[in-house]
Design a protein around this ligand. Sequence first.
Ligand SMILES: [Zn+2]
Length: 432
Amino acid sequence: MHSAATLSPQPHRACGACGATGYTVSHHQRFIVPDGYPLASEYNVAVCRRCGFVYADPAATQRDYDRFYCEWSKYDDSATATGSGISPYDAARLSTTASDIARALPSRAASILDAGCATGGLLTALRDQGFTAVAGLDPSPRSAAACRERGFEAYVGSISAASAPAHLPKFDCVVFSHVLEHIYDIPAFFTAARRLLAPGGYLYLETPDASRYDDYLYAPFQEFNTEHINHFSARALENTGRRFGFQPTVVQQKTIQTAEDTLYPAVFGLFRDNGGRADEHMVVCDQELPSRIAAYIRHSTEQMERINHHLANQLANTRRVVLWGAGQFAMKLLALPCLAQVEVRAVVDNNPILRGKMLAGAHIIGPEELGQQEIADASMPVIIATLLHNNEIGTQIRRLGLRNPVLSLLQNSHEVAHSTVDSAVDSEGRRS
Ligand SMILES: [Zn+2]
């Protein structure tokens, strides 16, 4: 958790936004990852010295990420994945995206491809806006089938050369919503995206807004995970588009609702393909993003230290624990000093993809297995490895009839900076 700014000796990749290779290290992030995990267990968080873009610099290749999303991703479970447009807040989010696209495109006859369409929530919202030629692309055959059931053309695959479907037509607009923050090889991404576009076509790009991570700090270092490796601001998104010959026509911040009680900062832009003529002279250094990220790192570090301190006190006479959760936060929690001294007897997770895998020397099991097997007696404490859903999990543990003591990560929930929609709004008001 050291966050002293140092110069990087050997970058693994160049800045995605401007192509420069010189960066300052703002943070070093460590994870304890499951055995066989395709992604790196540590990386520098880099600040580009030329343009101010912030990005993770793991030793990896795009293929590692392709393999991860193919074999380890939870997103092909359409029942739990977002983007289905089922919940009212999700439908509202997708409707806003559709009207933003409608404002920028000259005609409702424009053909639109949603790359990463899930079960067709955005396609439906676009059809509601009057667009008649919308289609979806998704790596999950189940998602593509769900789109077809809703009356849309849908293709199985992704835009990467290895898994792009044959005979994909060209589109007037291609939508990549919450894709770009996951991409390791950004130049290859734009080359592939351009192949899908008709001449003069538009890209709709939406990502988390890194300039406001600190205003929505639900869990420390939440955005520095193994999947989000590019941290865009509006300016960084503009720089990135221009670098690859896409002229920004509109770039805006937005705040989206991602769960019943969770708001999330995002930024989107519509970019017109100018034939690939990069505009290197248009790189505008983002002065704000590095300092906003520094504040996010500072506040996350403070919160992580409080968690370590609080857990260490509770674990003083404990040698074996059960960890509830094998997700991104668990991978950071396991790297804390307080957990280095205890044996993790089992890791419980609801995600079926993780079952049977090993994490920190323990088997990952389903919730119902914990009581059945001779894994943990009732005296063994359970650490709930999430700050967002700990009440629900506490309830689930009792409903399963488990009597194990449950350890909290923090003294009280108010220590979580912004834990609900209401408090996020309050805090924004206070800070501004
Ligand atoms: Zn840069």
